[in-house]
Design a protein. Structure first.
Length: 396
């Protein structure tokens, strides 16, 4: 008889989900207000958390649900040790109910909630309903919920999370305390990924972490998911930026810099060769166009901002490449490139032949120049090693 021992893998974004307000990254305003509510006992009956995916809306709702029910709160944070906190954490306490509005959006679903909310909590001091993607609820269902929000039971607290607050009726919005969650900075995401990598013994270089943080576009959960996927595929090998590029279908900075230089200098033959190389690599054409537009945007920052490293987290090698390319053109031309590439992205989404449309669009763009209002000023490439040393010294 064969016996197999299986170990259940817990996704990193679940394993490292914040347990207290202090672990929430870069959401100072919501954290400060909610902690103060717990300290003073001034708990509202309805809260609305708005923001893009992966910024901590559901996580902060879960922390808040424990904090207002905690038997021994610590400076507004839940202790996570009392029976109530443990019951909420392991799901055994039924006084905190999580609902996905995308699949529970009908008037019957909401009527059931309105009926159940009248009953007192079994053990906790508050009965909490965490409703994710609340904008998916139908208009009739919102109308059914309105009466409960107008005259809620004293023990009831509704925590709504949404990425689309504009789709929620004004009558609902006016009865909620609203908190807007900001996109998380690349530096903060990079720091969190480095912490997780250290805790999980994941061998990954700084360029790979920087690339993951950039790809996540301000969403911490997306970044941690990419790290988790990379760690699973690494097989105990060191994870590099090339591994992340291969896994996510992105192209490296060298390719982007070469393509940008070809477009700026109007080298049509090399452009078609690069387009063929891109197609053979299997990269997504629309995503590449977005990446190229982003690269030209970075070139514009390098061209116009005295200290671009404050706006673009990148390695010294990447900055050197960007300075070399930006030196070949004017800021007016770079603005035109960013604008036209953005339009190309929109056009490609509706094109019956993406590759042909992509190549024709770039050929039209190739060598495009805008009349300069003033002479082209050569850029001086800074000493990035010195800049990094100065930054480290100022932090210490």
């Amino acid at each position: 008889m064969n016996f197999f021992i299986t170990m259940e893998h817990v996704a990193l974004y679940r394993q490292f989900r914040p347990k207290t307000f202090d672990e929430i990254v870069e959401q100072k305003a919501p954290v400060a207000a909610l902690k103060q509510s717990v300290r003073t006992g001034r708990i509202g009956h309805a809260y609305l958390f708005c923001g893009q995916r992966g910024t901590g809306k559901t996580s902060i709702a879960r922390v808040f649900s424990r904090a207002i029910n905690c038997e021994n709160p610590k400076d507004g944070n839940p202790c996570n040790e009392c029976p109530t906190c443990k019951g909420i954490l392991d799901g055994s306490l039924m006084d905190v109910i999580e609902i996905d509005a995308a699949s529970n959006r009908s008037i019957d679903n909401i009527r059931k909630i309105c009926e159940e909310v009248t009953y007192s909590p079994s053990k906790a001091s508050h009965k909490v309903y965490i409703i994710d993607e609340v904008h998916m609820i139908t208009t009739d269902a919102f109308n059914a919920l309105l009466k409960t929000l107008e005259e809620p039971p004293k023990h009831a607290v509704f925590l709504f999370a949404t990425t689309e607050p504009h789709q929620i009726p004004a009558t609902i919005l006016s009865r909620c305390q609203r908190f807007d969650f900001r996109r998380i900075s690349q530096e903060a995401i990079e720091g969190r990924l480095r912490y997780i990598s250290d805790q999980e013994k994941i061998d990954i270089d700084d360029d790979a972490l920087r690339l993951i943080a950039s790809l996540s576009d301000g969403a911490m959960r997306d970044a941690i998911s990419i790290l988790d996927q990379a760690a699973s595929a690494a097989d105990n090998k060191k994870i590099t930026a090339a591994d992340i590029e291969s896994m996510t279908g992105t192209v490296n900075t060298d390719f982007l810099a070469a393509m940008a230089e070809i477009l700026i200098e109007g080298r049509y033959d090399e452009l078609l060769i690069k387009c063929d190389e891109l197609a053979r690599s299997g990269r997504d054409t629309i995503q590449f166009t977005l990446d190229l537009a982003g690269f030209f945007r970075n070139l514009l920052i390098v061209r116009t901002v005295p200290e671009p490293w404050n706006l673009i987290p990148a390695s010294p090698a990447t900055y050197t490449k960007m300075y070399n390319v930006a030196n070949k053109t004017s800021s007016q031309t770079l603005v035109a490139f960013v604008s036209m590439l953005s339009k190309i992205v929109s056009d490609l989404k509706w094109s019956p032949s993406v590759r042909t449309s992509f190549e024709i669009s770039l050929l039209r763009l190739c060598g495009r120049k805008v009349k300069m209002e003033e002479p082209l000023t050569p850029l001086v490439i800074p000493d990035f090693a010195k800049k990094q040393a100065e930054a480290a010294k100022s932090v210490s």
